[in-house]
Design a binder for this molecule. Structure first.
Ligand SMILES: Nc1nc2c(c(=O)[nH]1)N[C@@H](CN(C=O)c1ccc(C(=O)N[C@@H](CCC(=O)O)C(=O)O)cc1)CN2
Ligand code: MG
Length: 287
C-alpha cells in the first residue's frame, strides 16, 4: 500500500481530548457540564449501537447526556413534543434525533423543530442555510465537518484542488460540497445519474465517496496522489463491512485514504461532541 492511512480512530480520540478540555473549562466557569439529549425512535439495531456510542463518548468527556427513547409507532406529534420539551430545558445545550426515523414520522418537520442553537447535528434549515450562505456562526453537520478535520490532519489543504463528492444527501454530500467550496476547492458533485463517474473521479485531487454502494469507486479510477475519503458503510452478505471505494487498489494510487471501518465513522461522533460543547458556550454567550 503506497498511501498513508488516515486513522479516524486516532484523530477522533484527539478531538475528544480537545472537547474534554473545553468541557472542564465550561464546568469551571458555569458550575455545570454541557448537556446533550439524544432522541431515538423505534428499534433500528444500528441506531441503538450509534446512540449507545454517543452517550458513552459524551460521558467520557465529562458532559451530561440523556437518551429519550420513543416507541416504534410514535407519531410525528409525539416526537415533536419530546423535541419541544428538550428545547425548553435549560440544562440541555445539544439535541439530536437519531436517523433514520420510522416511516410514519415526518423527518424534516422533526429536524426543523429543534431549536437551531441546540441543533448539534446541523440538520436544521437555519444551519443548512447558514452554511450555504457562507456564515461562520452556524452548526456544521458532523460527518462532513469531521472529514474536513481528517483532510487537515492528513496535510491536505483543499484550496485550489479539484474535489469530487459522490452523493448528494442532505446529511453528507451537499454539506460536504459546501465545506470544500468554503475551503476554496473546485467542487463537482456526482450522483447516480452522473454520466461518466470514472472520468470525474480520475480528475479529482480529493474524492469523497458517500453514495452507499459497495466498492463502486474502482481503485484504477483514482488519480495518483489523490486524497480519498470513504464515507460508505456497506454490510456484505458475508458480514464484512466495506466502503464505497475499492480500498486495496485505491490505496496503491492515493496519497492518503481512510479505511472502513475506522475512518470517517468515529469522526462523526467526535464532531458531535465538539458541536455540543461549542453550542453550550454559544448559548451562554448569547444570554
Ligand atoms: N442524527 C443523526 N443520525 C445519523 C447520523 C448522524 O450524524 N446524525 N449518521 C449516521 C449514523 N452515525 C451516527 O449517528 C454513525 C455511523 C457510523 C459510525 C461508526 O463509527 N462506524 C464504524 C463502523 C461501525 C460498524 O462496524 O458497523 C466505523 O466507521 O468505524 C458512527 C456514527 C446515520 N444516522
Ligand atoms: Mg419518514
Amino acid at each position: 500500500m503506497a498511501a498513508e492511512l488516515i486513522d479516524g480512530k486516532a484523530i477522533a480520540a484527539k478531538v475528544r481530548g480537545e472537547v474534554a478540555e473545553k468541557v472542564r473549562a465550561f464546568q469551571a466557569a458555569h458550575g455545570r457540564a454541557p448537556g446533550l439529549a439524544v432522541v431515538r425512535v423505534g428499534h433500528d439495531p444500528a441506531s441503538e449501537v450509534y446512540v449507545r456510542g454517543k452517550i458513552k463518548a459524551s460521558g467520557e468527556t465529562g458532559m451530561v447526556s440523556e437518551e429519550h427513547h420513543l416507541p416504534e409507532d410514535a407519531s410525528t406529534s409525539e416526537v415533536l413534543a419530546a423535541v419541544e420539551r428538550l428545547n425548553a430545558d435549560p440544562k440541555i445545550d445539544g439535541i439530536l434525533v437519531q436517523l433514520p426515523l420510522p416511516k410514519q414520522v415526518d423527518e424534516q418537520t422533526v429536524l426543523d423543530a429543534i431549536a437551531p442553537a441546540k441543533d448539534v447535528d446541523g440538520f436544521h434549515l437555519i444551519n443548512a442555510g447558514k452554511l450555504l450562505s457562507g456564515r461562520k456562526d452556524g452548526v456544521r453537520a458532523c460527518t462532513p465537518f469531521g472529514i474536513m478535520r481528517l483532510l487537515r490532519e492528513a496535510g491536505c489543504d483543499p484550496a485550489g484542488k479539484r474535489a469530487v463528492v459522490i452523493g448528494r444527501s442532505n446529511i453528507v454530500g451537499k454539506p460536504m460540497a459546501l465545506l470544500l467550496l468554503e475551503a476554496n476547492a473546485t467542487v463537482t458533485v456526482c450522483h447516480s445519474r452522473t454520466r461518466d463517474l470514472a472520468e470525474e473521479v480520475a480528475r479529482a485531487d480529493i474524492v469523497v465517496a458517500a453514495i452507499g454502494r459497495p466498492e463502486l469507486v474502482r481503485g484504477a479510477w483514482i488519480r495518483e496522489g489523490a486524497y480519498v475519503i470513504d464515507v460508505g458503510m456497506n454490510r456484505l452478505e458475508s458480514g464484512k463491512l466495506v466502503g464505497d471505494v475499492e480500498f486495496a487498489a485505491a490505496a496503491q494510487r492515493a496519497a492518503a485514504i481512510t479505511p472502513v471501518p475506522g475512518g470517517v465513522g468515529p469522526m462523526t461522533i467526535a464532531m458531535l461532541l465538539s458541536n455540543t460543547v461549542d453550542a453550550a458556550n454559544a448559548r451562554i454567550a448569547a444570554k
